[in-house]
Design a protein around this ligand. Structure first.
Ligand code: NAD
Length: 496
């Protein structure tokens, strides 16, 4: 058992009671209130952080507003924005182990995986976005202006930073999700107020330190820690915010979308999912089973695009399910600080209870558990679970569980697979496991989801837009698509 030793810097960060960054100041909540954070692997209290008030959020938005409207930031050239983002990425690389340990303690995920994936993907993404800072272009247009037929014009279209961005994120990939918002915002010249998830603000606060160290002007990046109901809602309602970008549940996303429309605030929403993994009869079944297991069990199943519905062509159904159950049964559960552990705890007692209710619902309705179906503590553990003998319309199949629970259903042919894959309110991702190129290409355009993976699942790249069809959201993160969401178009017509 190789237990990672905490860096002195990790312990020091937690022990000194982290504060929020508003403008240039590291502050407590205006009323001095705090909220406790817990280590999901033990259930013990980790530390407390400020519980931001509406006033705190308003001050953070004002700081971001002033930084956008008045400060040197608005005159920063693209090359400087590129270099600052590179600097920030370099500082994150320097502190990668510390960031990963904070993520592990705060979220429960493996420190080793957090360093190799969460932190490294965030760094790679910021470097990718740094490249866009110098490539934001408008265009010139030859116009006719029918009402002034004898006049000459020069006309062009500018692409400008959208302004103050209010970013609200979920707890499953705290640092990575924050960077998905910060990257395009800082590349385009926006300013940001980030509200991390109630449960997982630690890496956002460390990120704010690194933003300061990189040399960003005060107010360009602000972090308010607090609850969704107070701090998140205050950010959503604030009319000084030009764009809201949200990652979280579909229920909260819908509310934020409605409120955004009251102020005509630009809004992008990355929401829930119930992504299908489709295994065709001709697939390499060994890799398909391993891929399907990792598609659902990675990050304890707390992944928006987790392959939580498995469809296998009937003649191989039992074998593939047995293979996945074998993988699940061999998984070691424990603290994310133990490098030999395959699966950590869920984020909270509440999430453990929620996932447990779904498992009980399956049992009560006569479904069969091929493996798992146990929970234990201390900490918030649920064993990887595979459920069969469920109907496509069952809540287990239709609703997002957001835990290590896979529901598996057999299908007869391609049309049957497509029908069931698309029979969902969500449309975030899907994977097809097959070596039949023609079948794969027939299926790709017919799947209603923002990403389709073939012979892999949840494989992300900074250059590929990520987001959802249907109830999985509005807009895209990553790629040039993100740059479009953080900019406005301005048409200019000059009468010569
Ligand atoms: P959540 O919606 O409860 O919370 C997300 C964030 O919203 C948190 O910061 C929370 O404090 C804030 N919030 C809560 N209520 C609010 C309100 N009334 N006004 C403003 N902000 C509010 O979601 P969660 O449980 O933290 O995260 C899990 C969900 O996130 C899952 O549905 C998952 O699929 C989704 N998710 C989606 C993606 C994606 O990219 N599509 C990525 C990760 C997670």
């Amino acid at each position: 058992m190789a237990i990672a030793t905490l860096l002195p810097a990790t312990t020091a960060f937690i022990q000194r009671t982290p504060r929020m960054l508003i403008g240039a100041e590291w502050v407590e909540a205006a009323d001095g209130q705090t909220m406790p954070l817990h280590n999901p692997a033990t259930g013990e209290q980790l530390c407390v952080v400020p519980r931001a008030t509406v006033d705190d959020v308003d001050r953070a938005v004002l700081a971001a507003r002033q930084a956008f409207d008045d400060s040197s930031w608005s005159r920063t050239r693209p090359r400087e924005r590129q270099n600052l983002l590179w600097k920030l990425a370099d500082l994150m690389q320097r502190d990668a182990e510390l960031l990963a340990q904070l993520e592990c303690l705060n979220n429960g995920k493996s420190a080793a995986v957090a360093q190799a994936m969460d932190v490294q993907l965030a760094i790679d993404f910021l470097r990718y976005m740094a490249g866009w800072a110098t490539k934001i272009e408008g265009s010139s247009v030859e116009v006719s202006v029918p009402l002034m037929p004898d006049q000459q014009f020069h006309s062009f279209i500018r692409r400008e930073a959208v302004g103050v961005v209010g970013a609200i994120v979920a707890w499953n990939f705290p640092l990575l999700l924050a960077c998905w918002k910060l990257g395009p915002a800082l590349a385009t010249g926006c300013t940001v107020v980030l509200k991390p998830a109630d449960e997982t603000p630690l890496t956002a606060l460390k990120l704010a330190e690194l933003v300061q160290e990189a040399g960003y002007p005060d107010g360009v990046f602000n972090v308010v820690t607090g609850t969704g109901i107070t701090a998140g809602a205050a950010l959503t309602h604030n009319p000084r915010v030009d764009k809201l970008t949200f990652t979280g549940s579909t229920a909260v996303g819908k509310e934020i979308g409605k409120i955004a429309m009251d102020n005509m605030t630009r809004v992008t929403l990355e929401l829930g999912g119930k992504s299908p993994t489709i295994v065709m009869a001709d697939a390499d079944l060994g890799s398909a089973a391993a891929g399907a297991a990792s598609a659902i069990f990675f990050n304890q199943g707390q992944v928006c695009c987790a392959g939580s519905r498995l469809y296998v062509q009937r003649k191989h159904f039992d074998n593939v399910v047995a293979d996945i159950a074998g993988i699940a049964n061999a998984m070691k559960l424990g603290s994310g600080l133990d490098a030999s552990v395959d699966m950590g705890p869920l984020i909270s007692a509440r999430q453990q209870e929620r996932v447990w209710r779904y498992i009980e619902m399956g049992r009560d309705s006569g479904a069969t558990l091929a493996c798992g179906g146990e929970r234990f503590g201390p900490g918030y553990f649920v064993k990887p679970t595979v459920i069969v003998d469920v109907d496509q319309q069952h809540s287990l199949v239709q609703e997002e569980i957001f835990g290590p629970v896979l529901v598996a259903i057999p299908f007869d042919d391609e049309a049957d697979a497509l029908r069931m894959a698309n029979d969902s309110p969500y449309g975030l991702g899907a994977s097809i496991w097959s070596n039949d190129l023609a079948a794969v290409h027939r299926m790709i355009p017919r799947i209603k989801s923002g990403s389709v993976w073939v012979n892999c699942h949840s494989a992300l790249d900074p250059a590929l837009p990520f987001g959802g069809y249907k109830m999985s959201g509005v807009g895209r993160e990553m790629g040039y698509a993100a740059i479009e969401h953080y900019t406005e178009l301005k048409s200019v017509l000059i009468k010569l």
